[in-house]
Ligand binder design. Sequence first.
Ligand code: DGL
Length: 251
Amino acid sequence: MKKNECIGVFDSGIGGATVLKEILKLLPNENYLFYSDSINNPYGDKSDETIIDICDNIVKEFIEKNVKAIVIACNTASAKAVNYLRKHYPEQIFIAIEPAYKMVHDLAYDKTTLVMATKGTIESEKFHRLYEKYDNKKTHLLECKGLADVIEEGNKVKIKSYLEENLADYRGKYENVVLGCTHYPLVQSEIKDVLGNVQFFNGAPNLAKHLKKVLEDNDLVSESTHKGTIQFIDSSNSKTKVQRFFNYINE
Ligand code: DGL
């Protein structure tokens, strides 16, 4: 692969596909290398040191492949590792997802808000800075322990029963829901079935706009007039994951 030919995107599994899907709407002619680190899923319960170590190895691989930008399509990895990565790889462009809590501030500040995210994201310093800056005083932070795991596994019955057991108490109490983990948009309609008529906030569309702007500013946008390629690598070599990934991306 020649220098600057592709954009690296990674997550602890299939969740990052929800980010890539938004990116493809704005940058269809780029080539992508998507790394689904499902062998290490979930990231949400791991220590800062472990996550930094995992992300560092993925970034090293990406850099060896000469990616022109790296998208951290995982809120937990962004929250815990992006500062380290930016410091250790100052030449590298990193675009990192974060829970769309500023979007709530900008668009629906006066409404009751439920932030759904992993334990790791909610406990992180990075998220706390964001939360304190935009706190609307009507927000509940909900650690959805185990939700990314059941979504990764893809068993619809388990997903439904997880959501019923863990979200039913919040039904009718919240108007905004921040999907603060990239796995959650995959089950947005199932979340709605339990929570009722809520407005969802997802950071991926803004991340895609930001990525486009950064590529433009650095003169790195592909000049190709054809649809780019997507290479999918799953760290547990799951065949079903490949299928699921491309079905979702192409649907
Ligand atoms: N998709 C990831 C996120 O956005 C995390 C899921 C996990 O716990 O591995 O936070």
